[in-house]
Design a binder for this molecule. Sequence first.
Ligand SMILES: Nc1ncnc2c1ncn2[C@@H]1O[C@H](COP(=O)(O)OP(=O)(O)OP(=O)(O)O)[C@@H](O)[C@H]1O
Ligand SMILES: [Mg+2]
Length: 440
Amino acid sequence: MTQPKLGHVGRLVKGSAPSSMSGATSEIVVGLDIGTTKVAAVVGEVDADGVTILGVGNVPCRGLRRGIVSNIDWTTRAIAEALDAAQTMAGVEIRTVYAGVSGSHIRCAFSDGIAAISNGEVSIEDVKRVLEGARAIPIEADRQIVHVLPREFTVDNQDGIRDPIGMSGVRLGARVNLVTAAIAPVQNLVRCAEKCGLTVADIVLEPFASAEAVLSDDEKEIGVAVIDIGGGTTDLLLYVDGGIGHVSVIPVGGNNVTQDISAGLRTPLAEAERLKRNVGCALGRMVADDEEIEVPGVGGHPSRTASRRLLSDIIEPRIEEIFAVIRTRIEDTGLLEQLSAGVVLTGGAVLMEGMTEFAEEILGMPVRMGTPVGVKGITGLVAGPQFATGVGLVLYGANALHQARGHGGTKKAEVIELPPRSEKKSRQSGRFFDWFKAAF
Ligand SMILES: Nc1ncnc2c1ncn2[C@@H]1O[C@H](COP(=O)(O)OP(=O)(O)OP(=O)(O)O)[C@@H](O)[C@H]1O
Ligand SMILES: [Mg+2]
């Protein structure tokens, strides 16, 4: 790894450690999105004004299959390259990261906890205790809890409480969504990061991070689905009543589309990928019949001309399959009617023409593409839906640091994601800035 360039004094800081810049306190937080097709390292500087993106490293990675590490060396090399690029651009040395996890081993389940309220008024310690209780359910030996996400609290006999802190009572209850993951894939991710000399501050569910980067509080409040279609996985996360109602991962993504094109048009995978990105369209009927494309042959066979409609006809069934599976999953949760804000699409595969239109058709809801919001700095480099996870990991890390700071500075940030209060109308970083104000 090359030595990072130094910016002004105070810029060469340990990741997640406070630095002093122009008298103001700031911290560096790094998100590491280890995806099936790329590793994106996003460096953010967190201060009282919010998060400023200082650097981004984005390199191709072939070390994962369907969101799970399948080759440690390839993955480690891609992480090292992405880090190198990000720290050179940002002028910081990265030692600590928030890493994303995905894959079809991810599951979620509801659990309940109950605790006595210590001094007649609910404190953050009471909330921590009730959440500890809620996570004490039997899980398989090869699985671990990744997140404990509160859905609602009860104080004595009053239910439906979003934020119980400060309320009077004797008994605090919590209904949480427990997100669990298989231990081995998580350990392999951590191992790859550690081989690059990194400490993983926390493992974060990728669609949860993506949602943090693209959703407004309003959308979370009235109900929204985030669908992240990457290279190897399609992640689904539902926000209902301000809390997470469901999470699941399907092991299908944009790479399957590329493979379909390669097989259907008998062209090399790299050419299929190029065709998909440059002239692919998810909905056949959006393509004029007379549009023609050039298709390179395999193994020395000459290029030939094909209709763009044919390419679309190959792409369409795969995309239809993905959205149909997603629709079934949403229906199975029983939360379909509660998604008034519709669907937000993230992940690189949604860049293809016709994706939002097709999603609207199959899912029967309004659909928009989600790109990261709520950050400053070199935002042009993280402007696409494929950077939602990386930016979201930085936002998550920043939030975790400030909660840790605001509540006694626990070393490993334990994020207690309280569902946002309904009266907050600001963008997703609204509550986040409240934390800032409180912390500084
Ligand atoms: N312009 C484009 N049109 C169509 N597809 C695109 C475009 N740009 C990128 N893609 C596809 O997006 C996918 C990569 O998206 P992304 O970077 O979000 O995935 P990832 O994070 O590496 O993978 P995963 O999240 O599944 O582990 C690839 O399949 C790629 O072909
Ligand atoms: Mg991804």
